[in-house]
Design a protein around this ligand. Structure first.
Ligand code: AMP
Ligand code: FES
Ligand code: ZN
Ligand code: ZN
Length: 318
């Protein structure tokens, strides 16, 4: 940002430049812009109603704490959900940030611990399944988010996915033409039997903006990325998109938002097909197309496996 840059709204000294808006903002008007972007997403896609009982999945990182804070600012009361994944120090520290935020605001945080409640952790699951850690991690989180929301009587499960996350997933799914995944890549997935409504209110904000939101609002968050994700494809796609964004500001938002507006409606039939009748898991009762759901199969495989320290899987990755 050029020294002496002024806020677009009030002409006071700016604290952040946002090339895709072709403007700079002071702290007060940056906060207003973020609130406006989130309110716009909620209104435009009908993400939340005032009657919803909201559960925010919080990892202790900037995005999920920002979305919890932003929802409160917009008048939506919400509880938090933290899942302890057992990824060494990373998980211990991330739990402290999630708890610290909840404590400071007097908010309720639901906690689920993989090792304590299901007898495994992500490093062990990755080794047991011989797949990348993010695969067992994603499966575990999806299942536990749904379960916690339904058990707790919540009607909406909110995550902190931001524009960078969604654009990177979109790029990956497009490069492989993963039509069924593309059909589901929406800021709102309505509730259906055994699944709560899933909502991503931050898709109009970049991760630079959610980080700036936390700094301006005095929110302490875990800056480190998950050590098991270092070098994965998702981060490569983010870097590629950032390069394009530097050359041509606004391209990331237009890639994702135009997908949702123009392309996703054409895939609606695929989403409907995917929503055919499902049976119930013989172990846990969750919806599944087989006898036992993928999560219960993972629990069986991983909990029978000898514990693997996180260092064994992350060594040499950095
Ligand atoms: P990630 O899958 O790590 O990109 O995270 C995407 C979103 O999932 C975050 O913004 C959070 O809303 C949620 N999330 C990730 N990790 C956790 C966790 N350990 N506990 C609860 N929510 C999480
Ligand atoms: Fe899931 Fe890192 S947070 S593998
Ligand atoms: Zn201003
Ligand atoms: Zn199951």
């Amino acid at each position: 940002m050029n020294p002496g840059s002024k806020c677009r709204v009030c002409r006071q000294p700016a604290i952040i430049d946002l090339p895709r808006h072709n403007a700079n903002f002071c702290a007060e008007h940056f906060v207003e812009l973020c609130k406006r972007q989130v309110a716009k997403a909620i209104d435009h896609w009908h993400l939340l109603t005032r009657e919803d009982r909201i559960l925010v999945a919080v990892s202790g990182g900037k995005d999920s704490l920002a979305v919890w804070d932003l929802l409160a600012e917009l008048g939506y009361a919400a509880d938090g959900l933290y899942v302890g994944l057992g990824i060494g120090d990373y998980s211990d520290v991330s739990a402290e940030y999630a708890r610290g935020f909840a404590r400071a605001r007097g908010l309720h945080l639901v906690e689920v611990n993989l090792r304590g409640e299901y007898g495994y952790d992500i490093p062990t699951a990755a080794r047991a399944t011989r797949r990348v850690p993010c695969s067992a991690c994603g499966l575990s989180k999806r299942h536990l988010f749904d379960k916690a929301a339904l058990d707790g009587g919540y009607t909406a499960l909110v995550t902190g996915h931001n524009l960078d996350d969604e654009a990177a997933v979109l790029l990956g799914n497009t490069l492989r033409w993963e039509i069924d995944y593309l059909a589901r890549q929406l800021p709102l997935l309505p509730a259906r039997d055994g699944f709560p409504k899933k909502v991503k209110p931050l898709v109009r904000l970049t991760e630079r903006e959610t980080a700036a939101w936390c700094v301006v609002r005095g929110i302490d968050y875990l800056v480190d990325e998950c050590p098991m994700a270092v070098g994965n494809k998702h981060l490569q796609y983010k870097a590629t998109l950032n390069q394009m964004e530097t050359e041509s500001p606004g391209s990331k938002a237009s890639f994702y938002l135009n997908f949702v507006e123009r392309m996703a409606p054409m895939l609606a039939g695929r989403l409907a097909d995917d929503r055919g009748a499902l049976g119930s898991c013989a172990e846990c009762g969750a919806p599944t197309s087989g006898d036992v759901c993928a999560f219960c199969r993972l629990v069986a495989t991983a909990s029978a496996h000898e514990r693997v320290p996180v260092e064994l899987l992350t060594k040499g990755k950095r």
